[in-house]
Every structure is written in structure tokens, then in C-alpha cells.
Design a protein around this ligand. Structure first.
Ligand code: IYR
Length: 230
């Protein structure tokens, strides 16, 4: 997407300038907190299809994340095809069996106990969409020569945050799933050598009888996550 010619700095006036007064900003901050505080990681999905355009708009939002040198080092695969979802589930479960059968080590398995996870991943076929996020370790010009990307994990992490927030805002539930290792996704989804799978998001509506682990409601209080110097 980048051309080697368009490298000059060309400042333009800030588009979409926002100027809220303090009261408006306070109300907006609180309203967004209230929305995001209702986000829960969900493993029990309703199989009802979700229209593709909603997923596309949320991925466009992810694409508005800031990134190192604006290189946007991410790509997304959105999968509703039942056969492909089944294949990804089978491959992920195979990795997870190894993980839970000892690959993870005792400390990791103990840390996961209150979350209640195991190698059974029905959400990967129940959820109407899987979104696989890839990081581009380097970019390529049209002639095939490579350019470096910068702050790739940070940039892709921010894009994932935007995506999860966008999906939640659209009334959809998400599970961030990271089979370990997940290299198989590269072959299954036919990605170029530059791309590394980062996570699978299972996306859809939570089932009416969906459950979450009680421990998920325990969030660190502000005093524990913030220090202020005024
Ligand atoms: N990938 C495994 C294990 C797992 C690891 C962490 I860290 C979690 O927060 C949850 C699960 C799995 O998906 O079961």
C-alpha cells in the first residue's frame, strides 16, 4: 500500500476536531466506561448468523487504530464458512489437547483453573464468525521488495482492542482465543510468509443460558492500576 515516492511530510488541518467541555467529557467518559464494563468474555454462543457487513464495519474500526509509522501491520480473516470453522476447531483442539496434557506446565494449568477452560472448544464452531488477526512482521512494496514494520505487537494489540470494543458496541460477544502454538492458521488460511497469527476471535451473540466464570467479575480497583502525579 505504501509507495516509495510519497514519503514527504504533508501536514493538513486536524479533521474531525472535537471540543467537549469538562461536563460533556466527564459524561462521555462515564458512558463509555458503562458500556465497556458490560463486556464479558463469552464461550457459549448462539448459532444465529450475524450479517457480514456488521463484521466488516467492526474490522474497519480496528483498521483505524494507531500504528508504528502508520504502517498498519495487520490483516484479518473473517470466517463464517462452517467447513472452515470446523477445520480450525479441529486443529485448535489438537493443539489444546497437547497444551492441557502437559505442554502448559503445572503453574499455567493452575492459573487457568478458575477460568474453567479445557481442550474442548465448541465456541469455534458455534459462533457465527471467527476473526483471525495476523501481524505483518514486514511489508512488501508492489515490486516485492520489503520494508520494515515498527512496534508490530503494540500496533496489532491496539487494533485488537479497537476490534473487541467495536464488536461489543455492536452488541456482539467475543472470545479471544489463542491456541498454543497457532502456526497452523497460517497454512489453513493461506497467509504469506510475512504474517504471524496473533489470535482468533470467536464472535456472535451470547446464548440466553451463557455462563461466565465468577472470577471474571473481579477487576482490579483503580487504586491498584493507577498512580497519579499532579
Ligand atoms: N489457549 C488455551 C489456554 C488458555 C490460556 C490463557 I493465558 C487463557 O486466559 C485462557 C486459556 C485455551 O484456549 O484453552
Amino acid at each position: 500500500m505504501f509507495s516509495r515516492d510519497a514519503l514527504a511530510y504533508d501536514p493538513i488541518p486536524l479533521p474531525d476536531h472535537v471540543d467537549l467541555d469538562d461536563a460533556e467529557a466527564r459524561a462521555a467518559a462515564q458512558a463509555f466506561f458503562d458500556v465497556m464494563a458490560q463486556r464479558h468474555t463469552v464461550r457459549d454462543y448462539d448459532t444465529t448468523p450475524i450479517p457480514r457487513d456488521i463484521i466488516e464495519t467492526c474490522i474497519k474500526t480496528a483498521g483505524r487504530a494507531p500504528s508504528g509509522a502508520n504502517h498498519q501491520p495487520w490483516s484479518f480473516a473473517a470466517i463464517s464458512n462452517p467447513d472452515l470453522k470446523a477445520r480450525i476447531r479441529a486443529e485448535a483442539e489438537e493443539e489444546e489437547r497437547r497444551f492441557y496434557d502437559g505442554g502448559a506446565g503445572d503453574e499455567w494449568i493452575k492459573a487457568l483453573e478458575p477460568i474453567g477452560t479445557n481442550d474442548h472448544k465448541p465456541h469455534l464452531t458455534d459462533a457465527p464468525w471467527l476473526i483471525v488477526v495476523f501481524a505483518q512482521r514486514y511489508g512488501e512494496f508492489e515490486d516485492g521488495t520489503r520494508y520494515k514494520n515498527y512496534y508490530v505487537p503494540e500496533s496489532v494489540g491496539i487494533a485488537c482492542g479497537f476490534l473487541i470494543a467495536a464488536l461489543h458496541h455492536a452488541g456482539l460477544s467475543v472470545l479471544t482465543h489463542t491456541p498454543n502454538p497457532m502456526k497452523f492458521l497460517k497454512g489453513t488460511l493461506n497467509r504469506p510468509a510475512s504474517e504471524k497469527p496473533i489470535m482468533i476471535l470467536a464472535v456472535g451473540k451470547a446464548r440466553a443460558d451463557a455462563q461466565v466464570p465468577a472470577v471474571a467479575k473481579i477487576k482490579k480497583p483503580l487504586e491498584e492500576i493507577l498512580t497519579v502525579w499532579e
